[in-house]
Structure formats: structure tokens, C-alpha cells
Design a protein around this ligand. Structure first.
Ligand code: TRH
Length: 341
């Protein structure tokens, strides 16, 4: 496939997932030889997520290129329905051929994803916007995964990385990472974890007091690559939001996911769908539900062996599928070959 020019638009609504997913997609496209302009209204998190940038990715502040300065790319992606600026859409309408316009949606395991993935949405002036839903099944758009990720994880030396990161480890101590939203159950979790010798690795903004059985290490914001290494270094990971869920899945160790809490409880269905996709043991599902405020603490902590086996099996199932970038490039090529189908 010849290299294409991609314009990726991102508006940061809240937290870090919008910037995180868009950066990951931009970097992975560029690693495949594509040329990418990432237009983002708040590039601040990229300073720690991707301090070195990536060859082939140009980051521009919103609203992006001056109208008339450079034509739209071959592909325009708006992340999470962020609406590219009106003058840019006018330039898309005037371009010949017109760019393929994709709306990249949030990751979910819910059934609407299969129904909605790949649908066209006619736009004024004869443009078409295509819905692209990441997901876990063959009728969805796949998961973001860097080339060589599984091999890098398998060859990883946790002891060396932890030492270089200034984390003092002790033999016989389990390592647990914690990345979560403001949470009323942090102390209860710390008490549970302290039942066996544990080192808790805290991401910024969280506060947990050490106690007998539980040491605490506070981390700075890590690059996305080092965040992966953190997850690879731990026997158990607590993660939040969609992008970290995927990273914990690729890490392959047991993890507990916190969905972004919504006041109407809409996140409950998201958690249930994710649990069904995970095919997790009942005790693990009970813990996920409790952590998401959907149920009381389960009486017992899940057994390690079946939890590890279910996590490894989920990772293997997904590793066997093509990644999102490969599928997205094929989807775009089809639209370019047959623009009206
Ligand atoms: O930050 P998040 O909670 O973002 C969420 C989701 O985007 C969710 O869809 C949205 O509805 C909500 O915000 C408002 O979690 P997420 O998606 O895991 O994004 C975090 C990003 O930050 C991810 O790319 C990993 C990255 N990260 C690092 O690079 N270094 C770090 O040290 C940490 C803790 C995270």
C-alpha cells in the first residue's frame, strides 16, 4: 500500500484517554510508513506520554492547518465525534478526490459496537463519515497494538527496569499497580492487599497510606512505553479507562478495570460486557463489580491460578486477531477503491 497522508483531530474532554489513544494511533500509523498530522487542542499530556515524539508524526494545535495552506490529507480521522473545524470540512468538500472521513469511537465490548461498526453517515455537501468502532470481535475494528509488542513483553526484564526506575523491591513481595479515579474504597483495598506482603505502585494523584504488609511507592507520570513496563512488572494491575484496559490486557497479568463512572450508571453495562468478553472466573467478576460500585466487596479474594489463566487466555485470544491499525488501513483502502459502498 502506498503511504497516505492522515489528519487526526482530537479534542481532550477529560482525563488522558483521548490524547492517549490519538497519540498511540498516530505513532502506530507513522511506524507503518504513513504520514500523520495530529491536531489536538491540549497537547500538554503528550509531554510525559511521548516525550520523544515519533518520526512521521507532526503535532499541530487546534484548529490545525491554516485554511488554504495545505490541503486535507487522504484520510481524516475525528476522534470520538470531536467535529473537525468548519473551514477544514469545507476544504474536505472541495478536495478531489475527497478524503476518507472516519469517526473513531470509544472502545466497548457492548453489542451495539458490532451493529454500528463501519456504518456510513451522510454529511452535507456529499461527504460521508464512516463510523469505526474498536472492539474485540471479528465484526469490530480491533484493538490498538504496536508491532512487536508481545515479543517485547516476553523479553522484558522487570528487575532491571524497576531498579532503573528507582523502585526498591523485596523478595517474596507481590507488586500491584494502581491507576484509578477518585475512589471511596482505597483504604479497604489497601487492607485487603496487605493480607500478603505487597508493594503498591501508585500513579500520580492517588494517596494510600502504607501499613503492615503493604509498602507504597509513588510514581511520576510515565511515558506510555514505561506505563506498559510498569504493568509488565506487576502481578496485579488496577487500571481505569479504555486505553489502560487494553494495555493491561496486553500485559497479560490479572487486572481489575474501573470504567469511567457515569451518574446514570451507564458504565455498569460497559463493565458487564467487558466481563463477558474476559470470561473471568466468578470471583474475579465479583471483584470488578465491587471496584466499580456495582456490588459489595466479595467475601474472598480471587484465587491466583485461575485468574492468571483467564487473563493469559484473553490476551492470547486477542493477540490472534489483527490489530486496529492493520484493519483501519484495509477499511480505508476499501473506501478509496469503492467510495460509495
Ligand atoms: O485517563 P483515562 O481515565 O481516560 C478516560 C477514558 O478516555 C474514557 O474513555 C473517557 O470517557 C474518560 O477518560 C473521560 O484512562 P485511559 O483511557 O486509560 O487513558 C490514560 C492514558 O494515560 C493511557 O494512554 C495510558 C496513559 N498513561 C501514561 O502514559 N503514563 C502514566 O503514568 C499513566 C498513569 C497513564
Amino acid at each position: 500500500m502506498a503511504a497516505l497522508r492522515w489528519d487526526l483531530f482530537c479534542r481532550v474532554i477529560d482525563n488522558f484517554g483521548d490524547a492517549g489513544v490519538c497519540w498511540r494511533l498516530a505513532a502506530q500509523l507513522a511506524a507503518q510508513g504513513e504520514r500523520v498530522r495530529l491536531v489536538i487542542d491540549d497537547a500538554a499530556p503528550l509531554a510525559w506520554m511521548a516525550p520523544g515524539g515519533a518520526p512521521g508524526v507532526e503535532v499541530l494545535p487546534w484548529p490545525g492547518p491554516e485554511p488554504g495552506s495545505r490541503p486535507p490529507g487522504d484520510v481524516v480521522i475525528e476522534a470520538f465525534g470531536c467535529d473537525p473545524p468548519t473551514p477544514f470540512v469545507a476544504a474536505m468538500r472541495a478536495a478531489a478526490p475527497r478524503p476518507v472521513w472516519i469517526n473513531l469511537e470509544y472502545l466497548s465490548a457492548e453489542s451495539y459496537v458490532e451493529r454500528s461498526h463501519g456504518l456510513p453517515s451522510p454529511q452535507p455537501g456529499g461527504l460521508t463519515k464512516w463510523f469505526y468502532f474498536p472492539g474485540f470481535t471479528p465484526r469490530t475494528g480491533g484493538l490498538l497494538r504496536e508491532a512487536g509488542l508481545a515479543a517485547a513483553r516476553d523479553a522484558f526484564d522487570a528487575a532491571a527496569w524497576l531498579a532503573a526506575a528507582g523502585v526498591a523491591t523485596r523478595a517474596g513481595e507481590r507488586r500491584v499497580s494502581l491507576f484509578c479515579y477518585a475512589h471511596p474504597m482505597l483504604d479497604a483495598l489497601a487492607d485487603r492487599l496487605a493480607a500478603e506482603p505487597t508493594l503498591l505502585l501508585l500513579t500520580p494523584g492517588l494517596d494510600v497510606a502504607p501499613r503492615p504488609g503493604l509498602r507504597v511507592h509513588r510514581l511520576p507520570w510515565l511515558s506510555q512505553a514505561d506505563f506498559d513496563r510498569l504493568l509488565w512488572s506487576c502481578e496485579l494491575n488496577f487500571v481505569r479507562g479504555e486505553d489502560s484496559l487494553v494495555r493491561a490486557l496486553w500485559a497479560g497479568s490479572p487486572f481489575v478495570w474501573q470504567a469511567y463512572p457515569q451518574h446514570d450508571g451507564a458504565h455498569h453495562a460497559k463493565v458487564e460486557a467487558m466481563l463477558a468478553e474476559h470470561a473471568a472466573p466468578a470471583a474475579v467478576a465479583a471483584l470488578w463489580r465491587a471496584w466499580n460500585g456495582m456490588a459489595a466487596w466479595p467475601p474472598a479474594w480471587p484465587d491466583a491460578a485461575p485468574w492468571r489463566a483467564a487473563s493469559a487466555a484473553w490476551r492470547a485470544r486477542q493477540l490472534a486477531r489483527p490489530g486496529l491499525v492493520a484493519q483501519l488501513r484495509a477499511f480505508v483502502q476499501q473506501r478509496r477503491d469503492t467510495p460509495h459502498c
